[in-house]
Design a protein around this ligand. Structure first.
Ligand SMILES: Cc1cc2nc3c(=O)[nH]c(=O)nc-3n(C[C@H](O)[C@H](O)[C@H](O)COP(=O)(O)OP(=O)(O)OC[C@H]3O[C@@H](n4cnc5c(N)ncnc54)[C@H](O)[C@@H]3O)c2cc1C
Length: 389
């Protein structure tokens, strides 16, 4: 592959000079670690104290990483991306909810987005997070194999109902449903349920997708077992492949509780595991679809390379690439320019509810040992090209 991701003109073609300057300023600020640390604490406190800082957050980090506070807000973003051949996956990102009322509201929002998406080719994919539809502790208890009380059993049936409603609508509207993966100690309950949904709705093609976090040592075997099961029962598989977002938390918990960590022992081991899963899925593409959720250039090049070797068309509808809105535009837009299927996850929701998400994005982009982060390097390169500095 020639180095297509280096083209910053394509990468930032949607950004006006002033938007480029704003993004540059933002990444410059969040590259300063102490600022992000203090900023995160201060912002959380200010929000709790109901100080009027939402305007400030909106005009800085929020607008860069989120589509808006509701789905209508996201429309201009969706249209602009689609002009460049990039699809949108609206992600209702309210986190840390605990009540049935809130879980029902998240389900209704997801269903509403899917009705909204039904009329828009720019939105072929929907997404939800397991703990957006049910209590973390309930997933955890089931994952451990503990039996539920009658009340908990009723509560779980509601979770099953929420998964089912969304997957059913996915099938009705031909919208793929990607279900996120979270901490390993709550994941099994969701995995079992998603397998059931695949069995029910992936009869003609992959509609329901689970997520495989390849930093887990057991996921490649899991993929192979699920493949066997799907073949025996005659349904298709769909998987979003990611490396995994909870590495430190996973390792710390394993250490605290004294069990062997389920994580790969190094970044290289995760990469090897990730590449093996990509290869396995492309080798068996007649039975499954893949959504590569990654900001890693090598992983993206590798999948393009494998597709070419196997004679797949760039826009083969079983193969998708995906990045988060506000990050890795050099991968997204250069893939779209070559005709690959590529989507942006666009988080939206009330400012206070998406704060944990925004803080994670800021932390991820703080500078490591004084190095300039990748986003900042790309933005600098494009500023120079446009002679803005
Ligand atoms: C569209 C999209 C959807 C996503 N959905 C989910 C989801 O549902 N669930 C989820 O958990 N995450 C999800 N993620 C986040 C993802 O898991 C990664 O955290 C993130 O994308 C960074 O990985 P990378 O492949 O982009 O790149 P890289 O920067 O190459 O990889 C970083 C990742 O490598 C792994 N790693 C780093 N150091 C080590 C080490 N010492 N030992 C072992 N492994 C290590 C970690 O997983 C780390 O996040 C999603 C990401 C995208 C883009």
């Amino acid at each position: 592959m020639d180095h297509i991701f280096e083209n910053t003109e394509v990468a930032f073609s949607l950004k006006s000079d002033s938007e480029l300057e704003r993004a540059y300023f933002l990444f410059k600020m969040i590259s300063i670690e102490p600022l992000v640390k203090i900023g995160s604490v201060a912002t959380n406190l200010a929000i709790k104290a109901h100080l009027p800082i939402e305007g400030l957050i909106r005009s800085t980090v929020f607008d860069h990483f989120c589509g808006g506070v509701n789905e209508e807000d996201c429309l201009p973003v969706i249209d602009r991306l689609y002009e460049k051949g990039v699809s949108s996956v609206l992600d209702f990102s309210a986190e840390g909810k605990e009540s049935a009322k809130e879980f029902d509201a998240a389900m209704h929002t997801t269903l509403k987005i899917m009705d909204f998406a039904n009329e828009r080719p720019a939105m072929p994919i929907a997404v939800f997070k397991p703990t957006g539809f049910g209590r973390f502790k309930l997933f955890e208890k089931l994952s451990k194999g503990d039996s539920l009380t009658a009340k908990e059993q009723e509560e779980w049936e509601q979770v099953v109902y929420r998964y089912d409603m969304v997957c059913k609508k996915g099938k009705e509207h031909d919208i793929e449903v990607l279900i996120d993966a979270e901490e390993s100690w709550m994941q099994k309950a969701s995995d079992d349920l998603v397998t059931k949904m695949m069995h029910k709705y992936n009869t003609e093609k992959p509609i329901v997708f689970n997520t495989l976090q390849m930093y887990r040592t057991d996921r490649l075997d899991f993929l192979k077992q699920e493949h066997q099961l799907a073949k025996e029962n005659g349904y298709y598989l769909g998987y979003k492949l990611v490396r995994g977002a909870y590495l430190e938390k996973e390792n710390e918990r394993a250490k605290d509780k004294g069990y062997p960590t389920p994580m790969c022992s190094s970044k290289e081991a995760t990469d090897t595991n990730f590449n093996a899963a990509v290869a396995y899925m492309l080798d068996h593409i007649e039975d499954m679809s893949i959504f590569l959720g990654s900001h890693n250039e090598d992983s993206s090049y590798k999948m393009m390379q494998l597709m070419a070797e196997k004679g797949f068309k760039n826009n083969d509808d079983r193969v998708w690439f995906g990045q988060l809105y506000g990050m890795s535009d050099h991968i997204t837009f250069n893939l779209a320019e070559r005709g690959y299927n590529v989507a942006k996850y666009i988080p939206f929701g009330p400012v206070r509810d998406v704060m944990p998400y925004l803080i994670r994005r800021a932390e991820e982009n703080t500078s490591v040992a004084g190095q300039t982060g990748r986003e900042l390097t790309l933005l600098s390169k494009e500023r120079k090209r446009r002679k803005l500095n």
